[in-house]
Design a protein. Sequence first.
Length: 220
Amino acid sequence: MSEAKEKRLRTAAERAAFDRGFLSESVRLVAGVDEVGRGPLAGPVVCAAVILPLGEEEIVAGVNDSKALSAKERERLSALIRERAAAYAICLRDHAEIDRLNILEATRLCMRDCIEALSVRPDLVLVDGNFTPEASVPCKSVIGGDALSYSIGAASILAKVYRDALMDEYDALYPQYGFAKHKGYGTKMHTDAIGEYGLCEIHRRTFTKKVLARAAKNAR
């Protein structure tokens, strides 16, 4: 095994050991939950929940916070995670719900949807961030969990790959905005396109008020 692969395996092993620290007589199965897409100006927030085996011989080498991985590596790992998971679920709340509820509440509900959709019931759910959804199983928030927890890191990969693919589909529908490049985040390319073309169906109206106001001011 190369040094690079050993380093990836060691990192994944450390994250799995973090999750094993929550095991007890009453906690045999741990799930991880994470979201992607709280900040963009367009598209849904996507959440994933996953239960992975935590034994050292079953670890998916390379699992990490999705933001620390290349798109190609995320896609490779997403396929392995789906293959090895005891259960996983991916859910979304769209732009309209985000505008109606606010992004925090939409994210809470999306996380709850994922937990309840798991075909195997976990004993404990580790949730990235500083809040937890209301769910039928105990949840524990882990600040910075996508970098600490093996299960949360795996969930972040599933959610990121799913949302990126969805934004690529939206790019084909609305090519003038460049969704395939920025995935809906507020880059200059994206805000310039909004200034030129206005909003499309999937834009979050509550997120784009300042962009529209700036565009209107510049047009005077």
